[in-house]
Design a protein around this ligand. Structure first.
Ligand code: GLU
Length: 378
């Protein structure tokens, strides 16, 4: 066993497993039954080992396309949603049937980003998942593709599964797709690309190699997988990217075999509230700050005062989450605002003592209090 992995393997109890469309369906969109069977068998076995498992499944749109006999991928949103509505039922039918063979009960949970954005719905989703796990039921999660609109969409199940892992404070998130792991460059282009087995920290170089800003290397959804890894590790969850076509992959990972790419969880994870600010909720606007305010926030861990704000964008009200950007337009933090965009427009650049004169009231000196802020820069 890889020594670095050994440190984590024994304490892994709660596992979120995300299976991608490429693992669940053939090219023509019909279900890949042998692949689904092997995933179900391995998950049933994990449960027999005493683990808790949540499955995040893709493949609804793919399976819908297959069943409807569509020759090409639907282009319009209603067509995609119709395919998802058909396919989701097909997926659940096969999971229900196969898990039942191993004596396991399953439940369908369809989520949207809204369920994570609103604190009450976020807590409600969490309670539902815990109630299912307490009853030895395997929650099977997908995005609610049939009704979700662009604005409230996760858009990819890598991000969805990472938010779920953070929501339930999982010990491990496994992303199964058609690639063996994370490579130092794109293996489709560079035959000498090397698989990286262990990642201590997600550096800007790793993000660039995955197809982040300024890179043309990333394909195969690696960018969303790295984004998922950032969410997972900051929640204290280990994450593994591995190839779902290996019929023993889940068992291999869970027994510590050196396979796929393992992302080390942060030793000091963000608190639940900070994670909610950083990743779960949707950003309603942007606040740009000068160099002095950037230093105050990042180095001195201070609150954001009106005096350091240079401009804002977006319409938001008090209590909503916004991004904070530095003078180079780089996002450095996120936080919950004490004032609306209209109010900040009037008090930006001013001393806090002037707030009351201008607005006619002053509930806070800070535009964003440090306790309601999460610093994102490395
Ligand atoms: N929710 C989509 C589906 O079930 C998949 C999204 C993804 O592949 O990441 O078809």
């Amino acid at each position: 066993m890889d020594n670095k992995r050994a440190e984590y393997i024994d304490s892994i109890n709660r596992i979120v497993i995300k299976v991608g469309t490429s693992t669940l369906t053939h090219e023509n969109g019909r279900l890949n039954i042998s692949s689904i069977e092997s995933i179900v068998r391995q998950i049933a076995d994990l449960i027999n080992r005493g683990k808790e498992v949540i499955l995040v499944t893709s493949g609804a749109i793919g399976a819908g396309i297959g069943r409807l006999g569509l020759k090409t991928k639907p282009k319009t949103i209603p067509e995609k949603q119709a395919a998802a509505a058909v396919g989701q039922g097909i997926l659940m039918h096969i999971y229900e049937k196969l898990f039942a063979e191993y004596g396991q009960i399953v439940a369908q949970v369809l989520l949207t980003r809204e369920d994570m954005s609103h604190r009450i719905r976020f807590l409600n989703a969490r309670n539902t998942l815990f109630a299912l796990l307490d009853n030895n039921v395997i929650p099977i999660i997908n995005e609610n593709d049939a009704i979700v609109t662009e604005e409230i969409k996760f858009g990819d199940n890598d991000t969805l599964s990472a938010c779920v892992a953070s929501l339930v404070e999982a010990d491990l998130l496994i992303l199964l797709s058609d690639i063996d792991g994370f490579y130092d460059s794109d293996p489709h282009i560079n035959p000498n690309a090397k698989l990286i087995s262990w990642i201590d920290k997600i550096t800007p170089e790793i993000e660039a190699a995955a197809g982040g800003a300024g890179s043309h290397l990333g394909t195969g959804g690696m960018a969303t997988k790295i984004k998922a890894a950032k969410i997972a590790v900051s929640a204290g969850t280990s994450m593994v990217i591995a190839n779902g076509s290996n019929p023993k992959i889940i068992t291999d990972i869970i027994t510590g075999k050196n396979i796929g790419t393992w992302f080390k969880p942060k030793e000091k994870p963000l608190h639940a509230r900070q994670r909610w600010i950083a990743y779960s909720t949707k950003i309603k606007g942007k606040i740009y700050v000068d160099d002095g305010a950037e230093k105050a926030i990042i180095v001195n861990k201070k609150s954001l005062l009106p005096s350091g704000i240079t401009k804002i964008s977006g319409k938001f009200s008090e209590g909503q989450v916004v991004s904070i950007l530095n003078s180079k337009d780089k996002e450095i933090a996120k936080g919950i605002v004490n004032y609306s965009s209209n109010e900040i427009e009037q008090i930006k650049g001013l001393n806090s003592s002037q707030i009351e004169n201008i607005l006619g009231h002053k509930n806070y000196d800070e535009v964003i209090h440090k306790d309601n802020m999460v610093i994102l820069s490395l």
